[in-house]
Design a protein around this ligand. Structure first.
Ligand SMILES: Cc1cc2nc3c(=O)[nH]c(=O)nc-3n(C[C@H](O)[C@H](O)[C@H](O)COP(=O)(O)OP(=O)(O)OC[C@H]3O[C@@H](n4cnc5c(N)ncnc54)[C@H](O)[C@@H]3O)c2cc1C
Length: 441
């Protein structure tokens, strides 16, 4: 990437987050030149925990990253849905524990990001990503896209033309703003998510995720790293509460710190036999807040030589753990479409949109309707209606299947889809069918 209005450049991927880095790896692996322009001056591991569903793990496995992920992730055994008082509603086996061909992984976002970043620079050199370039404006100019970046490392501006630009610049995407001027800011759900990481004794079997409570007052707990020598394990916790969040500008700021004592007091009722949430909050390494936001689905992610992927295309509530997995599916799809038609990027981008838009938009709406966490609401209503007969489960298996299977089909990680994906030809010669993370216990 060089300065000067007439300099030609390879495909530009704007944003070096999860979607941008995976796209760059996928394009390079298929012989397509690209460069990532990332706004942050330095690439540093950020965020707290994130879950990768089996279809997302498949994409990373295809990129040859299974072993690197295995070092730093937990293979999730099950998700336990629990009532406000901690009573078990349903234990849902995950990934290979459910007999699927790929695992579900719980991981620190910073570790996931580092695995992608290291792979990119080790395979394709330091110049594969340009930190400190913040997109300011993008314009269609005939057969080219003209992009203007603020150079946050050296000062000044960098302008250039490219034949194709992929906007992977997250929930506050500037590329999306250029394609859809006048779109309102992200839409709040009325829920604030307090998020943190705490070294603590392993919870349950050290490989289980717990979601307990109801939509407006809920905790999500899962380990993200194997235990260290002293036996403690890094537990990710998200404590969600219905309240107003100060300022619309809050969306996109993933690093807003919040007082631990305030959050601990808000969740004083969440002391369970498997986890003491207020204690986890008080002992947290980091404690952040973020509003649960999304955007209304749009029917155009592509305009000629410009395309949107990941959160820039379809920001969604982090319900059902689909945000990064859907972003990874986009990354794979756009790399495949471009590699299949590198001389006609508008056609390749249109093919990408045709392949991905309906599914990802459906997940946005399914998450708005609470996705698999509808189970919590159903169970709460059932429990409020009075005691059930001895031995009778809170919810019937039919009611549970209707919610969980429907969501899997919408998001594309039901057994049939995953088994069909596992039969596809391998991109990366060493790609195995699944990552094998070290066991949590
Ligand atoms: C710092 C950070 C921390 C996060 N922490 C968590 C977390 O703890 N848990 C969780 O579930 N999700 C987290 N997320 C969001 C999560 O990564 C995404 O929801 C999901 O993985 C989809 O990824 P994405 O690449 O589309 O978006 P993101 O991962 O958000 O990546 C977008 C990238 O674009 C860059 N960017 C933005 N604007 C511009 C611009 N104008 N020019 C150039 N680059 C730009 C950003 O710096 C970022 O690197 C975090 C995102 C960020 C940026």
């Amino acid at each position: 990437m060089t300065g000067g209005a007439n300099a030609m450049a390879p495909i530009v991927v704007v944003g070096g987050g999860i979607a941008g880095l995976a796209t760059a790896l996928g394009l390079h692996a298929r012989g397509v030149r690209c460069v990532v322009a990332e706004s942050a001056r330095e690439i540093v591991p950020l965020g707290v925990g994130i879950n990768l569903l089996p279809h997302g793990v498949r994409v990373l496995t295809e990129l040859g990253l299974a072993d690197a992920l295995a070092e730093v992730a937990i293979e999730t055994r099950a998700i336990e849905y629990r009532a406000r008082d901690g009573r078990l509603i349903h234990s849902d086996p995950r990934g290979r524990h459910a007999g699927l061909p790929f695992p579900q992984l719980s991981i620190h976002r910073g570790n996931l990001h580092t695995v992608l970043y290291r792979a990119l620079i080790e395979r394709h050199g330091e110049d594969a990503i340009r930190p400190g370039l913040r997109l300011r404006g993008v314009e269609r100019r005939g057969a080219f896209v003209h992009a203007c970046f603020e150079d946050r490392r050296h000062g000044g501006e960098l302008r250039f033309d490219t034949e194709g630009l992929i906007g992977a610049d997250g929930v506050m995407s500037s590329v999306r703003a250029a394609l859809h001027p006048g779109e309102p800011p992200p839409r709040g759900s009325g829920i604030v998510m307090y998020r943190g990481l705490t070294w603590a004794k392993p919870m349950l079997d050290g490989r289980t995720m717990v979601i307990a409570g109801v939509h407006e007052h809920k905790v999500v707990l899962y380990p993200v790293r194997p235990p260290r020598r002293d036996g403690l394990q890094l537990i990710n916790w998200v404590a969600e509460h219905g309240e107003r969040f100060g300022g619309d500008d809050a969306a996109g700021d993933w690093n807003r710190p919040v007082d631990r004592a305030t959050v601990a007091a808000l969740f004083a009722d969440c002391r369970f036999d498997f986890a003491d949430v207020p204690a986890l909050v008080r002992a947290a390494e980091v404690c952040l807040s973020y509003p649960m936001v999304d955007r209304d689905p749009i029917d155009a992610w592509v305009d000629g030589r410009i395309a949107l992927i990941g959160d820039a295309a379809h920001p969604m509530y982090p319900i059902g753990a689909n945000g990064s997995s859907q972003a990874l599916l986009d990354a794979e799809a756009i790399a495949e479409c471009v590699a299949a038609d590198p001389r006609d990027l508008p056609a390749a981008f249109a093919a990408f949109q045709a392949r991905r838009l309906a599914t990802a938009n459906a997940v946005v709406l399914a998450n708005r309707a609470r996705g698999p966490e509808k189970l919590l609401q159903l169970a709460d209503e059932r429990l409020a209606a009075g005691p059930s007969a001895d031995g009778e489960p809170i919810l019937s298996s039919e009611a549970i299947d209707a919610v969980t299977m429907g969501y899997r089909r919408t998001a594309g990680f039901e057994r049939e889809s995953l088994e069909a994906m596992a039969r596809r030809p391998r991109l990366w010669p060493q790609a195995r069918t699944a990552a094998v993370p070290r066991s949590g216990t």
